[in-house]
Design a protein around this ligand. Structure first.
Ligand SMILES: [Zn+2]
Length: 209
């Protein structure tokens, strides 16, 4: 499909075409845009990609993206560390934070349990969450015991299944387990919810049975 271009250009088109939502035609257009751009702007893109892959790691407490061992949210002392909100992906943290309603901390699972796709509980950070709740806080310096775990997995079959599985593991700890309210249409993903919908879902969260 990419015959006619040099090997180097082909390689760039191939790599761009791997990005989500980018078809071959768009990849070609982007490749030519990069070829035509001044070296400094093309290198800025290359460096930005390099930086996210070398500087960004996972927070060792919540597993969100972070530039330090502990992310900004986990190291913020104004946050209520007794409430942990469990989400599937880092982008869900961003969506929830946009509402301005969240004073809690997070736990990023890294996906949902999906046996048909080969995603087992051990592939997610579920064991780390259970440890975190059992340890009664995030640090040894007198941080409060975890009082509530808010399940904010996506309101669809896999998200619900994951929340129920986690809740069964957490039940013996006696922690209160809640779920974002169902103002969110069932079957949608958190990332597509409006701020208004999310705010309602946060405020009227319900116990998870
Ligand atoms: Zn963190």
């Amino acid at each position: 499909m990419t015959t006619g271009y040099t090997e180097t250009v082909n390689k760039l088109i191939e790599e761009l075409a791997k990005l989500p939502g980018i078809g071959h035609k768009t990849a070609e257009r982007l490749a030519f845009h990069i070829l035509k751009s001044p070296p400094a702007s093309a290198m800025a893109l290359a460096n930005a990609i390099n930086d996210v892959k070398t500087k960004i790691r996972q927070c060792k407490i919540c597993y969100n993206f972070s530039e330090a061992d502990v992310c900004r949210i986990c190291s913020d002392n104004r946050r209520n560390k007794a409430v942990i909100c469990v989400v599937e992906q880092p982008k869900d943290v961003i969506m929830l934070e946009k509402t301005g309603q969240c004073k809690w901390v997070y736990h990023v699972l890294g996906g949902h349990i999906a046996p048909l796709d080969g995603v087992e509980p051990a592939d997610l950070t579920i064991d780390k969450l259970v440890e975190r709740v059992k340890a009664g806080g995030v640090d040894s310096a007198g941080s409060p015991r975890v009082e509530e775990v808010v399940m904010a997995t996506n309101p669809n079959m896999l998200g619900d299944g994951t929340a129920l599985y986690i809740s069964s593991l957490l039940k013996p700890t006696g922690v209160k387990i809640t779920r974002l309210a169902r103002g969110l249409a069932t079957g949608t993903a958190l990332e597509y919810a409006s701020e208004r919908m999310l705010t309602d879902a946060i405020i009227s969260r319900q116990p998870l049975e």
